[in-house]
Design a protein. Structure first.
Length: 182
């Protein structure tokens, strides 16, 4: 389902920075793990093995880099298609309601690259993958407790609407369950 086959690089310009989007590869995993764990609690903390397993079973996993420094990962997204072997409570919630989606499990942009348009670039890759798979919707969730108002506003600008709410992790996290048409 990935719109960016391994070895293929898409290039564009955002905020006067040339960027590339490419498949997330094994050499990217250490940087992706660092970015992921720096973004907690917006995303779940992972260890190296859990991250590798996620990427291996994902339908869509890409990184964005600057063309000036293609070895440095500025952001990433990992998504799943229906019927994946994935135990996430939120993924299961969406899977119980639809078989026609691409689920964004996690999307992270490095703190130094935020507000530069790269989140929108990464979501562009998600929507392109969903179109190629002929999926009807893109699903994701955003924390409402602990609150993440910046992410909720960002997703709203991209056309996501709330279709549910769920308490997870022993009632320590509450998420808004979001959907956007493809």
């Amino acid at each position: 389902m990935s719109p960016v086959p391994l070895g293929v690089v898409l290039v564009g310009i955002v905020e006067d920075m040339m960027y590339s989007v490419r498949a997330l590869g094994a050499l990217d995993l250490p940087q992706v793990l660092t970015l992921n764990n720096e973004a907690v609690p917006a995303v779940n903390e992972l260890d190296a093995d859990a991250l590798a397993a996620l990427v291996a079973s994902a339908a869509h996993s890409v990184v964005v880099t600057s063309t000036a420094d293609p070895a440095t990962v500025l952001g990433f997204v990992i998504g799943f298609a229906p019927r994946a072997e994935y135990a996430s409570e939120n993924y299961r919630w969406f899977g119980a309601r639809s078989n026609d989606f691409l689920y964004v499990d996690r999307i992270v942009v490095a703190p130094t690259a935020r507000s530069g348009g790269l989140g929108q670039v990464l979501y562009g890759s998600v929507f392109e993958a969903a179109r190629k798979a002929q999926a009807a919707e893109v699903f994701c969730e955003v924390n409402t407790f602990p609150p993440n108002p910046r992410s909720l506003a960002f997703h709203s600008r991209l056309g996501f609407t709330t279709i549910g709410e769920q308490s997870t992790k022993g009632d320590t996290v509450v998420v808004a369950l979001l959907a956007a048409p493809v």
